[in-house]
Design a protein around this ligand. Structure first.
Ligand code: SF4
Length: 321
């Protein structure tokens, strides 16, 4: 069953120098229970895509084209009051980047979770606090800690409290934006373990945004690779790591250490991502691509299904290299 379908989404930011085309024609479909890793270098549009889905773009960001269907309802055109009441947090939730600082320091964490519940559901505060205790258990925190203030929790506990808050209204779909970036490696591993456990227990549909392929390898069932505002490849996790077809995906994998091939040389990707005020014509990866052909600088490659739920956008697929 399809939970989320993004159709040709374009999201731009207005600046004094013109529009920054941060997301420029993204197509994506997520099935129930899918755990998708959305991967790419900084500035490639991952967070903008997520904020557009949540309709939380900053003041200068706007959706200029396309649809976002959640359970077949196009949420782009929904009235903000309806979206806020019935969709955001209730059907879709967001674990923010730097979530450890997203808790309000002057309120107890349990009260903050209870407030998220009482705003969206017709329940008394006592019932909401009971639910906050259950959620704390679910994410591996002593339920008694709902009376703690944020500064009384460790970094890992605060991150798990934010995951608990995202789960507060039983959403169909959660976006976690770099949920482990600010954590040390041990707490990062514990947090990923919590996310894995929750997916097994609750069958959550999750989009996990990261620049770290090891996080995707540990947590996700599918992977979407984003470059300069476009999706360039989407596949299940095994195909992504064993048989990537897009040169950018291949470059990312080559830069990623493998415990199976202990002598493999790690190759960094030369060059930098383009300025999205004036992105390159044709394929946006062409200035950095070792396989560039004439057509690559002239025509944008189509995003094609090349296998069972395996998509990629590269002229090599249609011009044979
Ligand atoms: Fe490289 Fe051309 Fe494929 Fe782009 S379309 S990734 S430049 S071969």
């Amino acid at each position: 069953m399809t939970i989320l379908e993004v159709q040709d989404l374009k999201t731009y930011y207005s600046t004094l120098k013109g529009d920054v085309k941060a997301v420029d024609g993204v197509r994506l479909q997520m099935e129930k229970g899918e755990s998708l890793g959305l991967v790419g270098e900084s500035g490639c549009g991952k967070t903008t895509l997520a904020l557009a889905i949540m309709r939380l773009l900053p003041w200068n960001g706007r959706i200029v084209g396309g649809k976002i269907l959640l359970n077949d309802v196009d949420i782009v055109g929904l009235d903000e009051a309806i979206f806020d009441k019935d969709y955001r947090w209730k059907r879709m939730a967001y674990v923010f980047q730097g979530a450890m600082n997203a808790l309000n320091p002057v309120f107890k964490v349990g009260d903050q979770i209870a407030e998220a519940i009482t705003i969206h559901e017709d329940v008394a505060k006592r019932e909401a606090l009971d639910r906050a205790r259950e959620l704390f258990s679910l994410v591996g925190i002593d339920p008694g800690r709902i009376t703690s203030y944020p500064h009384e929790l460790s970094g890992g506990m605060k991150q798990r409290a934010m995951i608990a808050m995202a789960l507060a209204c039983n959403p169909d779909f959660i976006i976690a934006d770099e949920p482990t970036t600010a954590l040390d490696v041990i707490v990062q591993a514990q947090t990923l373990e919590v996310i894995n456990e929750l997916q097994k227990k609750l069958g959550i549909t999750m989009m996990l945004i990261t620049h770290d392929l090891s996080v995707v390898a540990q947590t996700c069932t599918t992977c979407a690779i984003m470059y300069a505002g476009n999706l360039v490849e989407y596949a299940d996790i095994d195909t992504t790591f064993s048989d990537p077809v897009h040169p950018y995906t291949q470059a990312l994998i080559s830069a990623f250490p493998s415990i199976k091939e202990d002598r493999r040389e790690l190759i960094s990707i030369s060059g930098v991502p383009p300025n999205l005020l004036n992105p390159p014509t044709g394929c946006r990866f062409n200035p950095r691509c070792p396989h560039r052909m004439d057509i690559c600088t002239k025509e944008k490659p189509e995003y094609l299904e090349i296998g069972d739920r395996h998509f990629a956008a590269c002229h090599l697929l249609t011009n044979g290299g």
